[in-house]
Design a protein around this ligand. Structure first.
Ligand code: XMP
Ligand code: MG
Length: 185
């Protein structure tokens, strides 16, 4: 792993641990969607945080699928207090009658996933499920349904494997906790 960047406190999940869990999630999803046709199954990645997780998960799926993306407002104090989520870029493909799997990096208060589930349900998909890599159960404010979960983690700010702090550390190959002095201003 080499020398950790100065702002990193400790590594929470190293590359092999992430790879094993992603493979297990892909196997479970492949089994659940067995027999599906490419045009009927779409993974919707939530930008930017999910892009690495989605790339690894998708390449391990043994069922045909399409990939689409949606971008939402980044984490903000205001969003935390009010639960308001802003849509930055919508998906391209029509969802009606298709099986949709939301792929998200991390579940914190739950407002983002709750917003997405409401938005997508209104588009009348054949089914709607969600696959989330990380969850901080202590932080939950709304009750949301997660069908596939990678790991439960403590309430610390994590970076790497797609996750960032002010757009830094996003492409670290592991998931690490940031030193509290970096994110607690
Ligand atoms: P909610 O509160 O809506 O938040 O469930 C989900 C979004 O909050 C961001 N988030 C994090 N991003 N490290 C990050 O890089 C973290 O520890 C973290 N906690 C929450 C993230 O954008 C997620 O989609
Ligand atoms: Mg995110």
């Amino acid at each position: 792993m080499g020398v950790l960047p100065d702002s990193i406190d400790y590594v929470l999940l190293d590359e092999p641990a992430i790879a094993r869990r992603v493979a297990a999630l892909a196997a479970q999803i492949s089994a659940d969607y067995r027999g599906i046709r490419n045009e009927d199954f779409t993974l919707v990645g939530v930008l930017k945080g999910s892009f690495i997780f989605l790339a690894d998960l998708a390449r391990r799926l043994e069922v045909p699928h399409r990939v689409d993306f949606i971008a939402l407002s980044s984490y903000a104090e205001k969003a935390e207090a009010t639960g308001s989520v802003r849509l930055i870029m919508d998906t391209r493909a029509d969802m009606a009658g298709r099986h949709i799997l939301i792929v998200e990096d991390i579940l914190d208060t739950g407002y983002t996933l709750d917003y997405l589930q409401r938005l997508f349900m209104a588009r009348q998909p054949a089914s709607l499920k969600s696959c989330v890599l990380l969850s901080k159960p202590e932080r939950r404010r709304v009750d949301v349904k997660v069908d596939y979960l990678g790991f439960e983690i403590p309430d610390v700010w994590v970076v790497g494997y797609g996750l960032d702090f002010a757009d830094r550390f996003r492409t670290l190959p592991y998931i690490a906790a940031l030193k509290p002095r970096v994110y607690r201003k």
